[in-house]
Design a protein around this ligand. Structure first.
Ligand code: ARG
Length: 266
């Protein structure tokens, strides 16, 4: 059974601006964010998975985005080295929680930025890693050495799609959902070479964070606003669960950003 890590949005809010989606002037509605997060929790709870919760911390409003806690493979947990000081304080809380739950913590060198599962997603045995806006390309080699797996580095080119999980999502049968324009040309080619079947997301649907989906076997949990993608996924035999995610999109995240797999791969 898949295990997931989530963090309740008790201290969530738009308190700084570190990506183009965030605007302190606009803010997020706390009550609505709670409601949307609870709906995500309830939806995931009904699927074949076990959910763990890490305690939210005051003054760390983005801690809800547990995909950025780090990357878990087997019993190893590689904590993130956040690029922005605003999020750096999350790292010790996540590392402590993972250690208490029996994971072996493997820190990256301090000078390599790496934002965990937000920028590192397996497609079969290949670990696809995004870089430029958040993670450094040099962190990918370090991660590959720690895990002993093949890593493919993909340059992200659109600041709105600053983490890999905002524009790429692999599915169990060698298929992946992606928004090609978010990748530099070489990365697009690498994805085309390594993924058997690609489902392309339209720009207007990608803007609703529809690539940012949690996939559990044949169930896909994603934000609403992507009817074309949902129809295609249904044709491929997936059950889609569409959720309102407006308050988290205001921070530049949605369903997958709010979820980390423990582990992502055995
Ligand atoms: N406000 C957060 C940030 O900019 C959002 C993180 C979204 N997480 C993700 N895995 N894409 O860091």
């Amino acid at each position: 059974m898949r295990e997931l890590l989530l963090c309740p949005p008790d201290f969530y809010g738009i308190e700084y601006e570190i990506n183009p989606w965030m605007s302190r002037a606009r803010g997020a509605e706390a009550a609505l964010a709670q409601k949307q997060w609870k709906e995500l929790y309830a939806t995931l709870s009904k699927l074949d998975c076990k959910i763990h919760l890490v305690a939210p911390q005051p003054k760390l409003p983005d801690m809800v985005f547990t995909a950025n806690a780090g990357l878990t493979v087997g019993r190893k947990f590689i904590p993130s080295n956040f690029r922005h000081q605003e999020r750096a304080g999350e790292a010790p809380h996540f590392a402590k929680w993972m250690e208490e739950h029996g994971y072996e913590i493997r820190w990256l060198p301090d000078d390599l930025y790496f934002e965990g599962e937000g920028d590192a997603l397996f497609g079969d045995d290949v670990l696809f890693c995004g870089y430029k806006f958040r993670s450094d390309i040099q962190s990918h080699r370090a991660v590959a050495d720690m895990l002993g797996c093949l890593v493919i580095s993909l340059e992200l080119v659109d600041p709105r799609f600053y983490h890999l999980d905002t524009c790429f999502c692999s599915l169990p049968d060698g298929t992946a959902v992606w928004f090609p324009a978010a990748f530099e040309e070489y990365g697009q080619r690498a994805i085309r070479e390594h993924v058997t079947e690609l489902i392309e997301v339209l720009p207007e649907e990608a803007m609703h964070f529809s690539c940012n989906a949690v996939v559990i076997e044949r169930d896909i949990v994603l934000s609403e606003g992507a009817p074309k993608l949902v129809a295609t996924l249904r044709d491929h035999g997936y059950r889609c669960h569409q959720l309102p995610m407006s308050e988290f999109i205001k921070a530049g995240g949605a369903c997958k950003c709010l979820t980390m797999f423990m582990p992502q791969r055995q």
